[in-house]
Design a protein around this ligand. Structure first.
Ligand code: NAP
Length: 470
C-alpha cells in the first residue's frame, strides 16, 4: 500500500511519502533502545509531567489535529475533535494514576517464608505498535500513554493512509519533553513488520487491526517468543428484549452503528431483536438510519462522512449485494452513490441467514443487520454465533435478564442499556478471533511490564533454609 494522504471526501491524493529504508529503521530501533535506557531511569513523576504536557498540547492543537484526521480518513470534524479531547483525557488519567498502578504490591511474606515479598512492575523496552486508521489518534494513544508512563519506548507502524497523523504523534511526544527516540514513527509498509519483530531490541508488539494482520503478527512474534496484544475485528451484537425502552434503544443503535462512519471495531453490527418488539424496533431504527445526513465530513450538520477508502466501500457494498442476492431484504439504503468521495448511505438489511457473508463477517461501514429471535436462548445463540468476541450490547429492563446477559454473552465486554465504548478506567479487548490481551486501565498498562516477583529472605537463615528448592 502506498504511504499517502488521500482525502476520502474527494479521492484526491494530497501527499505521498517514501518508505524508510532498512538502515533508517535500524537506526530508529537503535534510538528507541537508547531512549529506553534513559527513560527507565526517570521517575514516574517526571514521565507524568511529560504526559501532562502532551495533554496540554493536544488540547491547544485540537482543531488543526482534528482537521488533519478528517482529511486523512474522513471521520466527521466533530468526531475528530472529540477524539483529540479523549486522548488528552487518557494522558491525564495515566499521568495521575500510574504511580499507584506501578507501585510495588506487597505479598503475604509469612506464607512464602520471606522477610519481605512483593511484586514490582518494570518496563520491557521498545514495543512495536501496529495501528489502524479508523481512530488514528486514539488507537495509538491508548497504547502509548500507559506504555510510556511505565517506561517503555514506542515504535509506531501506523496504517499507510494516515502518515501525517502518525508523524504528528512522534512530534507531539518529542515536544512534550520525552527523550529523543522515546516514541518514533516508522514510515514502512506491512511487509516490514516481520523484520522489525525479529530485531532482538524490540521486546513486544501490539496490533489493532484485522484478523489477517493479527494472524501474521502473532506468527512472527511466536517465532521470536515475543509478547503480543491483539485488538482485532468484531461483529458486536446489540440485543433488544421486550422490556427495553425501544425509543432509546433505536436512538443508541443508530449511533452505535454509524459512529465514525460505521468504521469502528466496537460498532454494534448485528441487531438481534425479540419477535414481540421486532416490527416496532425495525420501524424506529430504519427511520432514524434514513434520517442521518451523509456528506462533507467538515460540515457541522453531517452525521456520516465518506468511508476511508474506495476498497472499503466496495467491500461493504459487496456484502450487502451478497445478502440481497441470497434473499435478504433492504429496509433502507443499499445503493452506492455516484460522484466523488467514498460515501455509502446508512443501510438496514433483514431476513439474513447463515451462509450469507453478513451473517459471519465483520461489516465495516454504516450497514446494520437485523435479526428476529423468538427467545432469550435464541438471542444468545445468534449473538455468540460468529467467530468474534469483542463488544456486546443488550437492552432489557429486567434485572435478572441483565445478569444473564452479563454472563452469557461471549465477548470482552457487555454494555447493558448502552453502547460499547472505551474508557481509560476500564479494560478493553476481546476474546476468540477478536484477539487477546487488554488495553486501558491498570490491566492494559501491565501488559507491557515485567511482573517481577521479589523475595527477600531472613539473611543467612532464610536463604540457607532451602525454602525455594524448586
Ligand atoms: P488492517 O488492514 O489489519 O491494518 C491495521 C494495521 O496493520 C495497519 O498498520 C496495516 O498496515 C497493518 N497490517 C495489515 N496487514 C498486515 C500484516 N499482514 N502484517 C503486519 N501488519 C499488517 O486493518 P484496517 O483495515 O486498517 O482496520 C480495520 C480493522 O481493524 C477492522 O477489522 C477493525 O475491527 C479492527 N479494529 C480493531 C480494534 C480493536 O480495538 N479491537 C480497533 C480498531 C480497529 P498498512 O496500512 O500498511 O496495510
Amino acid at each position: 500500500m502506498p504511504i499517502a494522504t488521500t482525502n476520502p471526501a474527494t479521492g484526491q491524493v494530497l501527499k505521498t511519502y517514501d518508505e524508510m529504508s532498512d538502515e533508517q529503521v535500524d537506526a530508529a530501533i537503535d534510538r528507541a533502545d537508547l531512549a529506553f535506557r534513559q527513560l527507565r531511569e526517570t521517575t514516574i513523576a517526571q514521565r507524568g509531567r511529560w504526559l501532562t504536557a502532551a495533554a496540554d498540547l493536544l488540547e491547544a492543537e485540537r482543531d488543526e489535529t482534528a482537521r488533519l484526521m478528517t482529511t486523512e480518513m474522513g471521520k466527521t470534524y466533530a468526531a475528530a475533535k472529540a477524539e483529540v479531547t479523549k486522548c488528552a483525557t487518557a494522558c491525564r488519567f495515566y499521568a495521575a494514576k500510574a504511580p499507584e498502578m506501578l507501585a510495588d504490591e506487597p505479598a503475604d511474606a509469612a506464607a512464602v517464608k520471606a522477610r519481605r515479598a512483593y511484586v514490582r512492575y518494570q518496563p520491557l523496552g521498545p514495543v512495536l505498535a501496529v495501528m489502524p486508521w479508523n481512530f488514528p489518534l486514539w488507537q495509538v494513544m491508548r497504547f502509548a500513554a500507559p506504555a510510556l508512563m511505565a517506561g517503555n519506548t514506542g515504535l509506531l507502524k501506523h496504517a499507510s493512509n494516515v502518515p501525517q497523523t502518525a508523524l504528528y504523534l512522534e512530534d507531539l511526544f518529542r515536544r512534550a519533553g520525552f527523550p529523543e527516540g522515546a516514541f518514533t514513527t516508522l514510515l514502512v509498509g506491512s511487509e516490514t513488520v516481520d523484520r522489525i519483530l525479529s530485531d532482538p531490541r524490540v521486546r513486544a508488539a501490539t496490533l489493532t487491526g484485522s484478523e489477517g494482520a493479527g494472524r501474521s503478527i502473532a506468527a512472527s512474534a511466536g517465532r521470536e517468543l515475543k509478547k503480543t496484544v491483539l485488538e482485532l475485528g468484531g461483529s458486536d451484537p446489540f440485543v433488544v428484549m421486550p422490556s427495553a425502552d425501544l425509543d432509546k434503544a433505536a436512538e443508541v443503535a443508530t449511533t452505535a452503528r454509524c459512529q465514525n462512519n460505521g468504521q469502528s471495531c466496537i460498532a454494534a453490527k448485528r441487531f438481534i431483536v425479540h419477535t414481540d418488539v421486532f416490527d416496532a424496533f425495525a420501524e424506529k431504527f430504519a427511520a432514524r438510519m434514513s434520517a442521518l445526513r451523509v456528506g462533507d465530513p467538515m460540515d457541522e450538520h453531517t452525521d456520516v462522512g465518506p468511508l476511508a477508502s474506495e476498497r472499503g466501500r466496495d467491500e461493504i457494498h459487496a456484502q450487502v449485494q451478497d445478502a440481497v442476492d441470497n434473499g435478504a431484504t433492504i429496509l433502507c439504503g443499499g445503493e452506492k452513490p455516484a460522484g466523488d468521495g467514498w460515501y455509502y448511505p446508512p443501510t438496514v438489511v433483514t431476513d439474513l441467514r447463515p451462509g450469507m457473508r453478513m451473517w459471519s463477517e465483520e461489516v465495516f461501514g454504516p450497514v446494520a443487520g437485523l435479526y428476529r429471535v423468538a427467545s432469550y436462548e435464541e438471542a444468545i445463540e445468534v449473538a455468540n454465533g460468529t467467530s468474534f468476541g469483542l463488544g456486546s450490547n443488550a437492552w432489557t429492563e429486567d434485572p435478572a435478564e441483565q445478569e444473564r446477559f452479563a454472563t452469557d454473552l461471549d465477548a470482552g465486554n457487555v454494555f447493558i442499556n448502552g453502547m460499547t465504548t472505551s474508557y481509560p478506567e476500564l479494560p478493553f479487548g476481546g476474546v476468540r478471533n477478536s484477539g487477546y490481551g487488554r488495553e486501558l486501565s491498570a490491566v492494559g498498562m501491565r501488559e507491557f511490564c515485567n511482573t517481577k516477583t521479589v523475595w527477600v529472605g531472613e539473611g543467612e537463615a532464610g536463604a540457607g533454609a532451602g525454602a525455594h528448592a524448586e
